[in-house]
Write a protein that binds this ligand. Structure first.
Ligand code: 2NL
Length: 344
């Protein structure tokens, strides 16, 4: 019996020694130490032994069981460690690997130009005002000195929704609304960027929907020289400190006097090139002193208050700045076009 136990011990220990797998180890445990295992079997046969032999074999059987248990535990620990090591190796992160590039988008060129213009005027103390794109006839026309039947209403064919509602043709209604809110008290110092709509056939220089940025300053003692100072600062910051400006007389129903502003060509410096069409000058905006009628309708006393206003098309500014030849590029959003305006 002792030999049988000794054989079982050696057999079990060898199997334990050779296994590389935790599950198999568990199977070995069950096979040798389980209730139906050979050691239990041997112990069951102890009744047949003499009283001298019984304690000796009993003690030896315990020894064998303890030895197998110890071997199992040692192997289990070994395999457990190995498994963790394997896992660590498989899941380790190489922190020295270079990062994968992230595909980043960029601002739309028109958005970038509008942001730049906004920042510029914000730095001069203006605030940004916004308003509805569906406007009433009153704010879009009447309040801007364009009464019904005024010939200038034909100057811009508009998208009417009802007899009284239309898609705004300029952002001036935002300014008329803002002036009203001031209840006759200055200062008003705002810019109003936003979408505007005109009934136009789209081509390289026309779009039925486009952006406008208007500006308005109303206070006591505002003069044409203030307009000139602010817009000169704008032109220099936007197109280079060497820029010169010139004002030409013009006409807008909402300003009197009205002017158009040119900047000296930023490409040729004034000598004449294709950008400035050989004139040395580039038209960038319209402006003027706010018409007294417009001030009065918005609740300002035009004897005490004066103001200047201006309006520009950011598409035109962006086209000049980036040499874009077709306004439709801004709205067709071809990714090959848009990607060219990624800042380094
Ligand atoms: C242009 C010209 C202009 C204005 C817009 C304005 C607004 C109010 C009162 C008076 Cl509330 N004027 N806006 C004035 C002059 C010119 O825009 O060529 N825009 C693209």
């Amino acid at each position: 019996m002792k030999d049988r136990l000794q054989a079982l011990k050696e057999e079990a220990c060898l199997k334990i020694e050779q296994t590389e797998d935790l599950k198999e180890l568990q199977n070995i445990r069950v096979a040798y130490l389980g209730k139906k295992g050979p050691i239990t079997e041997v112990l069951k046969g102890m009744g047949r032994l003499s009283s001298e032999e019984r304690p000796i074999i009993g003690a030896f059987a315990n020894e064998v069981r303890d030895a197998i248990t110890a071997a199992l535990e040692q192997k289990q620990e070994e395999l457990g460690k190995l498994e963790i090591e394997k896992k660590l190796k498989a899941e380790s992160i190489d922190v020295t690997l270079p990062g994968r590039p992230v595909n980043k988008g960029n601002s739309h060129p028109l958005t970038a130009v509008i942001d730049e213009i906004e920042d510029l005027f914000l730095s001069m103390g203006f605030t940004v005002a916004e308003g509805p794109e569906v406007e009433t006839d009153y704010y879009n026309f009447e309040a801007l000195n364009l009464p019904k039947g005024h010939p200038a209403r034909d100057m811009q064919d508009s998208f009417f929704i009802t007899e009284d509602l239309l898609l705004r043709t300029q952002t001036s209604p935002v300014q008329a609304r803002t002036m009203e809110k001031h209840e006759g008290k200055g200062p008003v110092k705002i810019i109003s960027p936003g979408k505007v709509y005109r009934r136009d056939n789209d081509d390289a220089t026309h779009s039925h929907q486009f952006m406008q940025i208007e500006g308005l300053v109303v206070d006591k003692n505002i003069r044409l020289s203030d307009l000139k100072g602010v817009l000169t600062a704008f032109a220099k910051k936007m197109f280079g400190e060497e820029r010169k400006i010139r004002l030409r007389p013009s006409f807008f129903p909402f300003t009197e006097p009205s002017v158009e502003m040119d900047i000296s060509c930023f490409k040729c410096g004034g000598k004449g090139c294709s950008i400035c069409k050989q004139t040395g000058w580039i038209e960038i905006l319209g402006a003027g002193m706010v018409h007294p009628n417009v001030l009065e309708m918005a609740g300002f006393d035009s004897k005490k208050y004066t103001g200047f206003a201006f309006g520009m098309g950011p598409e035109r500014i962006a086209m000049l700045k980036y040499g874009i030849d077709d306004i439709r590029h801004f709205y067709t959003n071809d990714i090959r076009f848009l990607k060219q305006f990624k800042k380094a």
